[in-house]
Design a protein around this ligand. Structure first.
Ligand code: HEC
Length: 105
């Protein structure tokens, strides 16, 4: 069972890393895609700490139809939800067929 799971995980990582995002991956995605502006205030982007105060659903919205949509291009809806939860420390309930995202302990 464990071997099958590990095999599937590796195959998944090779095929589509974004589809396997969890809290750790959300951090990596944020660092890769967002931190260039939000960790530095580049282009007067609000700092990461300021994003923490937002509602996670508003962050997802911003990445889906708002001004951050182009920054989030190529991310899955679940990746966006995971990034929003990672940033705010607040969970998001299941939505459609997307599972609940819980904040890291
Ligand atoms: C090229 C620089 C840049 C990158 C990369 C970037 N942002 Fe932004 N972001 C900004 C700027 C500038 C603003 C302020 C203007 C605005 O709201 O459109 C902003 C605003 C936001 C806001 C709204 C803050 C508020 O108070 O309403 C959120 C949420 C956000 N970004 C999330 C993200 C996420 C998540 C990513 C990565 C997927 C990302 N951003 C990547 C520059 C960037």
């Amino acid at each position: 069972m464990r071997v099958v799971f590990a095999g599937a995980l590796i195959a998944g990582l090779l095929a589509a890393p974004a589809a396997f995002a969890g809290p750790e991956d959300a951090k990596a995605l944020y660092e890769e895609r967002c931190a260039v502006c939000h960790a530095t205030g580049e282009n007067s982007a609000p700092m990461t700490d300021a994003l923490k105060a937002l509602d996670p659903a508003a962050i997802v919205e911003k990445m889906t139809t708002g001004t951050m949509a182009s920054m989030a291009a190529g991310l899955t809806d679940q990746n966006k939800r995971e990034i929003a939860v990672f940033l705010t420390g607040k969970g998001l309930p299941a939505s459609g067929d997307l599972p609940e995202v819980k904040p890291a302990q």
